[in-house]
Design a protein around this ligand. Structure first.
Ligand SMILES: Cc1ncc(COP(=O)(O)O)c(C=O)c1O
Length: 472
């Protein structure tokens, strides 16, 4: 794309999203050239292009101004939103701190109950490796990671129809490390990335930390993913990377269809845009068949697929990976400047455990248990929640996404419950766009014992109080 077109697209987006309102004066050619690093000629070409399209107009001897009508029409038709100054890190930090407190009921946690993850055979494997002289100290697991572990992960990809070379894999310190490294490899501060409107807070945190501008697309009310809005964004804006969750979406829970995933892959190739696919819950499906990833349909190598062991063996393991293709080298560079590598001992133990039949057995048992527990929560909540609430149930993972009565602010419910040592996850942790904030995410992996039932009853009582205006 020509430089002037890229600049014109950036400015167009600022106008469409109303970050630059109608009749705002644009920076002078020289100011714009200084702040963007483009030449004055490139800026002039960009302004002329925008003027020809009706996005801006000139006033004699005064400069360029934002036009009025076009910005409104476009905003309502393309459903996209721009988020420039993201501020979520402190909020997430406080949330995670609340979850660490003693005696809390962690219904707002993203981690599955440790009691479901603990696997005796894995623990034995770990302790056996710990006893091998020098095993924990050797450096054979430095980036890109322990070869045998990369080989077993690569063979699992291949069994799922994604032929993968172990050389393409980089073992990381959990999925968050993989996702962050991938994003860092693909972007520089000030770039545009694309996220789903409601998404795991780690994506917002990464964008805040790296100084990125975020364009969001809304969830499709029926299919989970709005292909029209997606193509609109790719076509019109200089997006450097997308970060999407299409399987077992956190926080909502949906999995989008194979048709949609296949179209996403084709669009990425058409517009030459990379996707960071966050697939950490890929193993937590209840149906017979594991859902496919976009990576499966990725003929042009535009997908960097990230996952980890956090949701199946425990987040404390800090073991994850990115299937990074040609970006392996860049990612290893970045890794060696930050987290260096995942634990050597853990990589050895994981390679051993994954090669045994105990791994699949563990996954089967985990899925079954999660299915039973989540269904039990769902049934109970259907019975006790006020009729004005709606529970979104998807046959995957361990989250329930709940709509509270219209107009209720889930952050207030969150604050009230904190005083009772109950932590839920309010929707502001997952969104930035001033959207309705009457949603919460509940973690349903914990045994539904008396303590948890009581906590849910307290939550329901609080919702009633908020509806009746008893809480101010
Ligand atoms: C959607 C999503 N992606 C990534 C992560 C990070 O996982 P890890 O613990 O492997 O870094 C989480 C953790 O909660 C998550 O929910």
């Amino acid at each position: 794309m020509h430089k002037f077109k890229q600049l014109a697209n950036n400015i167009q987006f600022l106008i469409e999203s109303e970050s630059w309102p109608a009749h705002k004066k644009l920076p002078s050619l020289r100011e714009q050239a200084q702040s963007s690093g483009y030449s004055v000629m490139t800026v002039l070409n960009a302004y002329q292009e925008l003027e020809a399209k009706g996005w801006i107009y000139t006033k004699q001897k005064s400069g360029y101004y934002v036009s009025e009508a076009i910005s409104h029409v476009s905003k309502t038709s393309n459903k996209l939103a721009l988020n420039t100054n993201i501020e979520i890190n402190s909020l997430v930090f406080d949330h995670l701190k609340h979850l660490q407190k003693e005696h809390v009921i962690p219904l707002g946690s993203a981690f599955p109950s440790a009691s479901l993850l603990c696997n005796t055979y894995f623990m034995k494997t770990l302790s056996r490796h710990a006893k091998i002289p020098n095993s924990a100290l050797s450096t054979d697991s430095m980036p890109p990671g322990y070869l045998q572990l990369r080989q077993v992960i690569a063979s699992r990809y291949s069994l799922n129809g994604i032929s993968t070379n172990p050389e393409d894999l980089v073992i990381t310190s959990g999925a968050l490390d993989a996702l962050n490294l991938a994003l860092q490899a693909l972007t520089k501060p000030g770039d545009f990335i694309l996220l789903q409107q409601t998404i795991f807070y780690g994506a917002w945190q990464a964008a805040e930390r790296l100084g990125l501008n975020v364009i969001t697309i809304p969830e499709h009310y029926q299919y989970g993913f709005d292909l029209e809005a997606f193509e609109n964004a790719l076509k019109n804006y200089p997006i450097k990377a997308c970060w999407l969750m299409l399987n077992v979406h956190n926080p909502i829970g949906f999995t989008v269809s194979n048709e949609i995933k296949s179209t996403i892959a084709a669009l990425l190739q058409k517009y030459e845009v990379y996707l960071i696919e966050d697939d950490v819950y890929q193993e937590l499906f209840y149906e017979k068949q594991k859902p496919l990833s976009v990576k499966y349909f990725d003929k042009g190598n535009y997908v960097l697929h990230c996952s980890s062991f956090s949701k199946i063996l425990g987040a404390g393991i800090r073991g994850g990976w990115v299937n990074s293709g040609k970006f392996s080298n860049v990612i290893q560079h970045l890794q060696l400047m930050s987290t260096v590598s995942a634990s050597n001992l853990m990589q050895h133990a994981l390679a051993d455990f994954m090669s045994s039949h105990h791994y699949e057995k563990h996954l089967r048992q985990l899925r079954l248990k999660l299915h039973q527990t989540k269904t039990a929560y769902y049934k109970l909540l259907q019975e006790i929640l006020p009729i004005a609430c709606e529970v979104y149930y998807y046959a995957t993972g361990y989250f329930l996404w709940i709509k509270l009565p219209e107009g209720m602010d889930s952050s207030i419910l969150y604050q009230c419950l904190l005083e009772k040592n109950i932590v839920i996850a309010p929707s502001i942790l997952f969104q930035q766009d001033h959207l309705p904030s009457n949603y919460i995410r509940l973690n349903c992996s914990f045994e539904l014992n008396d303590k948890v039932r009581r906590a849910l009853q307290i939550m329901v009582g609080m919702i009633h109080d908020l509806v009746e205006g008893k809480v101010v």
